[in-house]
Ligand binder design. Structure first.
Ligand code: ADP
Ligand code: MG
Length: 330
């Protein structure tokens, strides 16, 4: 039987798997103190966000440990990206069932290590506890943005264009394709969709470039309609979306064309981690230039107006009807 990691105690586990991830940030103190400290660079605001992921809710039992690690980190990086903040550090609360073993922890830590390098942040602390419940990971990510420049949900103005990055609905399809109820789609589409569900691609370079350009921004985590609704509520605007302009991957377009899924489902399923943002029409050329430079697709999908709420028009300009607007926990 494999040796269970917790038997060696929580401190050995922290020293072995987590302390190496804290190198490079002096204030992390090698994860040996009660707390860490950070000094923001001059003229920068600290931006803080937290998100937890739970087995059976945000990932499936048996998902690869490195993918789980990266999802835990990336959902937080996506929040920083949406605010135009450059990631710097993070804290990890790991709530681990007893079957977690050394191999699992090693793979988990290597997933974190790769993403630290990729997104430029360092582990500075956390907590490690055991549970008889599901594996749960809570990360608090800390980033920096020029003072007063954090891109909020509340800045959208009447007349703004509404944009979204990447493609919408893939992760929701990936979740379906990870279950026995999976739709009949070609294998190549299914593996693409599952990877979109398991390991999101936060649009960090785009988010950083939107500072000073976007009026409002949110990352699409609950579903496009629900998340655009959050911009509407915070900004006091309405948003009208042209369904035909919503960017779909080849896999999602194939599922839609085959009648395996509805556009309504694609627009209300969660976990896309794309950026949805509004900007004045005068920013169009700059935005398309930025997207081309960064090699990230962005699509102009609608407009902000007076009133409230999100409407999506189909090809015949008739409003789509949504039974639910996105994922909610309660
Ligand atoms: P305390 O009892 O003072 O809260 P802990 O025993 O929980 O301290 O943690 C000891 C040190 O290890 C602290 O610096 C803490 O931040 C760090 N630490 C604990 N768990 C983790 C983790 N999962 N990831 C990163 N650092 C951790
Ligand atoms: Mg503690």
């Amino acid at each position: 039987m494999k040796r269970r990691a917790q038997r060696r105690g929580e401190f050995d586990l922290i020293a072995k798997y987590f302390a190496p991830l804290a190198r490079g940030e002096t204030g992390a103190l090698g994860l040996t103190d009660d707390a860490a400290y950070l000094s923001p660079a001059a003229g920068r605001d600290v931006v803080v966000t937290t998100d937890a992921i739970v087995e059976g809710v945000h990932f499936l039992p048996g998902d690869p440990p490195a993918a789980i690690a990266q999802k835990a980190l990336r959902v937080n990086i996506s929040d920083l990206a949406a605010k135009g903040a450059k990631p710097r550090a993070y804290m990890l609360t790991a709530i681990l069932p007893s079957m977690i073993d050394d191999d699992w922890l090693a793979a988990f830590a290597s997933g974190l290590k790769q993403d630290q390098k990729r997104f430029g942040l360092t582990l500075i602390g956390g907590d490690t506890v055991s549970t008889r419940g599901p594996l749960t990971l809570s990360i608090t990510a800390i980033g920096e943005v020029a003072c007063g420049r954090m891109v909020k949900r509340s800045g959208a103005q009447v007349g703004d264009d509404v944009w979204v990055s990447g493609s919408i609905g893939d992760a929701g399809l990936g979740l379906i394709q990870s279950t026995p109820q999976k739709l009949s789609l070609p294998t190549v589409h299914t593996s693409y969709l599952i990877s979109r569900y398991q390991v999101p691609q936060p649009r960090l370079t785009l988010g950083l470039a939107l500072v000073g350009l976007a009026h409002a921004c949110i990352d699409v985590s609950d579903g496009l309609v629900a998340d655009l609704g959050h911009i509407c509520t915070a900004s006091g605007v309405s948003i009208l979306v042209n369904g035909a302009d919503i960017p779909l991957s080849r896999a999602a377009a194939a599922a839609l064309a085959a009648g395996e899924i509805s556009l309504e489902s694609l627009l209300t399923s969660g976990d896309d981690y794309e950026l949805a943002f509004t900007a004045p029409a005068s920013a169009r050329t700059r935005l398309t230039g930025i997207a081309a430079t960064l090699k990230i697709k962005i699509a102009r999908i609608g407009r902000a107006g007076g009133g409230e709420g999100v409407s999506v028009l189909d090809d015949d300009s008739k409003p789509l009807h949504f039974d639910r607007r996105g994922f909610t926990h309660f």
